[in-house]
Design a protein around this ligand. Structure first.
Ligand SMILES: Cc1cc2nc3c(=O)[nH]c(=O)nc-3n(C[C@H](O)[C@H](O)[C@H](O)COP(=O)(O)O)c2cc1C
Length: 246
């Protein structure tokens, strides 16, 4: 197994950071890796807001529901779905951009932002840094949009807190691979057993790390998925020009 694969497979989210800044050249490499990822039609519909200011991080920590690790991390990146710059390209060519009105546009923009974040995660972890992605930026997206000055046709998809890890954290087990990998065709057989197996593994894991109150994977996940936990996403997407009606 090469070092790159070892780094990827050793991933764990880090939520406690040392009070130590990230050197500019390391951050430049992380951002460049994020930008190097593949993207749909080479439209490059992602932008990244780099936040180092303490006050801004504190405000984002508040807006995401009190996620203290955003405050503690020296750097917070916000990955933005960005059809504003492609709209400028359309105007330059005297054309009308409509892709942002479609579900396809939102899928392209969010998927690409995720790939960009993946590049940032792998490169940050390869440098010995720790990360945690933050979907919580979608809890109060209108405030994040205002705080970061995001124009129309943009939307904050997710954030990434980066810093030097205070402790190595625990590697969270994943579902058995048969619940992830399907050869040639989707195979429903064995999925329920895989979930049972993982539930008992997660129950032990959670009690080992003192979070037994979360129960197991199926309890925790189905509890969250009973609700649309970020209900502002749809109305704020529409306000930003992403009608999602096509
Ligand atoms: C898109 C995305 C959004 C996430 N949002 C949050 C978040 O708001 N707060 C948080 O503490 N963790 C967040 N996480 C981290 C997940 O909880 C974590 O990746 C998952 O539990 C698996 O654990 P691991 O990363 O340690 O393997 C997010 C992860 C992803 C990929």
């Amino acid at each position: 197994m090469n070092e790159m694969i070892k780094t990827i497979q050793n991933h764990r989210s880090i939520r406690s950071f040392l009070d130590k800044d990230i050197e500019d050249d390391l951050l430049d490499d992380i951002i460049q890796s994020a930008q190097a990822m593949p993207n749909s039609i080479n439209g490059q519909q992602t932008s990244v807001i780099v936040i180092r200011k303490k006050e801004t991080k504190a405000r984002i920590a508040e807006l995401t529901g009190g996620q203290k690790w955003i405050d503690d991390a020296p750097v917070f990146l916000v990955f933005v779905m960005d059809f504003y710059k492609t709209r400028l390209a359309a105007e330059k060519n005297g054309l009308k951009q409509v892709i942002q009105e479609s579900v396809e546009g939102t899928m392209v923009g969010t998927f690409d932002a995720g790939l960009n974040m993946g590049g940032a995660i792998i490169s940050a972890e390869s440098l010995g840094l720790g990360i945690v992605p933050i979907g919580g930026v979608r809890k109060n997206p209108e405030d994040i949009i205002e705080l970061l000055g995001l124009p129309e046709y943009t939307f904050p998809v997710a954030g990434l807190a980066i810093g030097y890890p205070l402790d190595p954290s625990h590697k969270k087990p994943r579902l058995p691979q048969k619940a992830f990998r399907h050869d040639e065709k989707y195979n429903v057989e064995g999925l329920k057993e895989a979930i049972d197996q993982y539930d008992s593994e997660m129950k032990s894991y959670l009690s080992e790390i003192g979070r037994q109150q979360e129960g197991n994977w199926s309890q925790y996940t189905s509890n969250i998925y009973q609700n649309v936990y970020y209900p502002k996403v749809y109305p704020v997407l529409k306000q930003q020009g992403f009608q999602n009606d096509k």
